[in-house]
Design a protein around this ligand. Structure first.
Ligand code: SF4
Length: 341
């Protein structure tokens, strides 16, 4: 099967959901062919460079109550934290010193972070010359526009699932509102990232194919697929992990269908299987995120598990090398000898 022809077909609107469903379930030699095609397209559009970004998880407070996340508002077992301007800026200087060009500020949906961000974003831009990527949930248009005016470059808001009923059951808010936020972010001038979760309860293969079609409709700048991880102290804690092969196949299809997108190989892959992030790079991903959250806060940022896999500089370096790829970020002598603060 020639996926390049399929890419043209899909871009011309000629591929059916049935064909996507077949490719999502690819195994054995068909899967290897899918991954090979994804790597060829990555090479053509992005060369052998992996984009490295440094994440700071700035707050684990959240207004929402997603069933898969221990940071949900009603979880009283979780100790909450919120970083301040000086803490974020100080970690930003470590990210700069490590020669990482992108600072990724991630948090729960926490409006109390907004004034902190309004103060720190201009400093990260002007004093450290970092590219600022945000992932802070659904906010009013004015908040997004303010962040954009202050110099934030990009924003990730995953749609999680294209199924309105599944989304409502899990996140307890309408999918339409989330999709409207994604559109608002694009209209505000952000580069926008989105994506899905694989393995949600009652999710079907048909629904996963719809996820890919939704991503094509959104035309994001970054796109990701993450396996579901059952999270302690949540209503879904006893469910099985999402299927790693379905996740990798989704990533490869995103690469083939949205070739210029940045695609991360997420830490949840490594949580499910040792070497999972390398498998992600081999399926066409080209982004790795290194964790710079202060050690005393990391366990409290229970986005998919308290025992999540925390990506270190060394792990990222090794994974990129094993994939036969490289990163400009690793030319710094500081980075070669350093660790996360
Ligand atoms: S997934 Fe995000 S929005 Fe949902 S509860 Fe967790 S932090 Fe909040």
């Amino acid at each position: 099967m020639n996926f390049l022809n399929q890419q043209e077909q899909i871009q011309n609107g000629q591929i059916t959901k049935t064909e996507l469903i077949t490719l999502l379930q690819a195994s054995g030699s068909l899967q290897q062919q899918l991954f090979r095609q994804a790597r060829e397209i990555r090479q053509r559009y992005h060369g052998d460079q992996v984009v490295v970004r440094g994440v700071i998880e700035i707050s684990n407070y959240c207004q929402k109550n997603c069933n898969y996340c221990a940071m949900r508002a009603t979880n009283q077992k979780l100790e909450r934290y919120r970083l301040g301007v000086e803490q974020i800026f100080a970690i930003g200087t470590h990210i700069k010193e490590a020669n990482i060009p992108i600072i990724f500020l991630q948090g729960g949906q926490d409006p109390h972070c907004d004034p902190i961000l309004e103060e720190v974003i201009p400093r990260l831009k002007k004093e450290l010359n970092l590219s600022v990527l945000l992932c802070l949930g659904e906010k009013p248009r004015e908040a997004y526009q303010k962040f954009a005016e202050l110099g934030a470059d990009s924003y990730i808001l995953k749609f999680e699932t294209s199924s309105p009923s599944l989304y409502k059951n899990i996140a307890h808010t309408p999918l339409l509102r989330r999709l409207q936020c994604i559109r608002t972010l694009q209209e505000s001038g952000f580069k926008v990232g989105t994506g899905n979760i694989v393995g949600l309860p009652n999710q079907t293969i048909d629904s996963l194919a719809e996820d890919i079609l939704l991503a094509l409709e959104i035309q994001p700048d970054f796109v990701s697929s993450s396996p579901f991880i059952p999270n302690q102290d949540t209503p879904l804690e006893n469910l099985p992990y999402g299927d790693i092969n379905l996740t990798l196949n989704t990533m490869a299809l995103y690469r083939i269908l949205l070739p210029s997108c940045l695609i991360p190989t997420v830490s949840a892959l490594e949580k499910i299987q040792k070497g999972g992030q390398l498998m992600g790079l081999n399926a066409g991903a080209n982004v790795l995120t290194i964790n710079f959250t202060p050690a005393q806060c990391r366990d409290k940022y229970a986005i998919y598990s308290k025992q999540r896999f925390v990506v270190s500089l060394e792990h990222a370096q090794q994974t990129i090398k094993q994939a036969g790829l490289s990163s400009n970020s690793f030319k710094s002598p500081v980075l070669m000898s350093g660790g996360t603060p």
